[in-house]
Design a protein around this ligand. Structure first.
Ligand code: FEO
Length: 405
């Protein structure tokens, strides 16, 4: 049963787990068939409570208030911290705040301006290094802008060593109940975390690296990481940080992703042919039909691929639009950085799809090393030439990966 629930995760620290299995598209664009979790937290000292974040308004506010009542009683919540203002965490802050009697609200300067613009909610401003006090307990403010909004802060609960990390260290997937990293299939969980990274966070990967560096230099006695999505980390923190670092640096494996489009199945044959050629020369091949694959899975596979082969028919003189929209996401997120690309275009009568695609891939950070154009589906001698071109691409890719090892 996916219902809001709570769990104690430290002395006077409560995790409010708010699962969402109704939203089909995260940010109204990323398919999340397994849903997503919104985590908020309560930190208490005797009768004084701080609420950290709320959730998207997928639940009636009465249901969330009932949850808060079970844990603390509404009148004991004296403070609310908004770690960043994106509505999946701040959507209910205004209503909750009114209903519990206008507690003190805290956020960064930018979040304060966004909360005012979006919800007409006023928040007091805290800065990097400030302390939020709950009774005798202290939470250190760590400003880490651009993860993945410009207004983000983390909070560090000094006496328990818990870092409340907003959208960093998160994952997709609704939770039936709040669980720690040592109570779930962690390898499976990391697939959701990687997908969440590739879609929501990847564009700001340098900021995440900077955040990891800053957290490391603060020398925190880090016992737990409590993110705004996904599970709470306590036993696998080093593994998570290692994986996150490899995603942030777009660390490439001997892996090729083939992304193709096809209107009548002819260009698809070329993708299948390319797959047969490639699979014997690398460790892994991922193949995605741009029309049917989840865009989440496409981006996730590109993150750790050393090379990507794009195969498209020409549509009214242009790149096949379903493939074009994937390339646009790669361009926005610059996920091609440090990776090789090969472009294969089929056409019957003309168009500039090859040039358009190469140019966009360059903007996405790829080095476009091989470009082939064919009149419809190639056969015979053309296919032998195509195989040779793919071999050239793979030799360059393998030599590039060897230098990285
Ligand atoms: Fe999960 Fe940026 O909100």
């Amino acid at each position: 049963m996916y219902t809001p629930s709570w769990r104690i995760i430290g002395r006077g620290v409560y995790w409010l787990s708010i699962p969402d299995v109704n939203t089909r598209l995260f940010e109204n664009m990323w398919p999340i068939p397994s849903g997503v979790n919104y985590n908020s937290y309560l930190v208490a000292d005797d009768d004084e409570y701080l609420l950290i974040d709320s959730s998207k308004n997928v639940y009636n506010v009465e249901e969330i208030l009932r949850l808060l009542n079970q844990v603390s009683g509404l009148n004991r919540i004296k403070h609310i911290a908004v770690l960043h203002s994106e509505p999946d965490h701040s959507g209910l802050i205004g209503e909750i705040s009114k209903r519990i009697g206008n507690p003190a609200l805290y956020s960064t300067l930018r979040a304060s301006s966004f909360m005012k613009s979006m919800f007409n909610v006023e928040t007091g401003i805290v800065k990097d290094g400030d302390t939020i006090r709950v009774g005798g307990r202290k939470l250190r403010v760590i400003e880490l802008p651009w993860i993945h909004w410009p207004d983000t802060m983390f909070l560090y609960l000094e006496d328990e060593g818990i870092l409340f990390s907003s959208d960093a260290f998160g994952a997709f997937g609704a939770l039936e109940k709040p669980v720690f990293d040592d109570e779930c299939d962690f390898e499976q969980y990391m697939l959701s975390a990687k997908e969440y990274f590739a879609t929501v966070v990847a564009a700001y990967r340098q900021m995440v690296m900077r955040a990891l560096d800053k957290i490391g230099k603060l020398g925190l006695n880090l016992r737990m990481i409590a993110p705004s999505h996904g599970i709470v980390l306590r036993s696998r923190i080093p593994e998570f940080i290692k994986e996150l670092t490899s995603w942030c640096t777009l660390k490439s494996r001997k892996k090729v992703t083939i992304i193709y489009g096809s209107m009548y199945g002819l260009t698809e044959q070329l993708a299948k042919y390319a797959c047969e050629v490639v699979k014997n020369m690398v460790d892994e091949v991922a193949v995605h039909n741009a029309v049917v694959s989840s865009v989440n899975n496409v981006l996730t596979d590109v993150v750790d691929s050393a090379g990507v082969i794009f195969i498209t028919p020409t549509y009214e003189g242009n790149v096949f639009p379903p493939l074009s929209s994937i390339v646009e996401l790669l361009r926005i997120k610059k996920i091609g950085s440090g990776k090789l690309a090969a472009v294969t275009v089929t056409k019957l009568w003309g168009g500039t799809a090859a040039n358009q695609l190469s140019s966009k891939l360059g903007e996405a950070g790829f080095e476009v090393s091989h470009v082939c154009e064919y009149v419809n589906y190639p056969g015979g001698r053309d296919l032998t030439e195509y195989e040779n071109i793919l071999h050239g691409f793979l030799e360059k890719l393998n030599s590039m990966v060897s230098k990285l090892l």
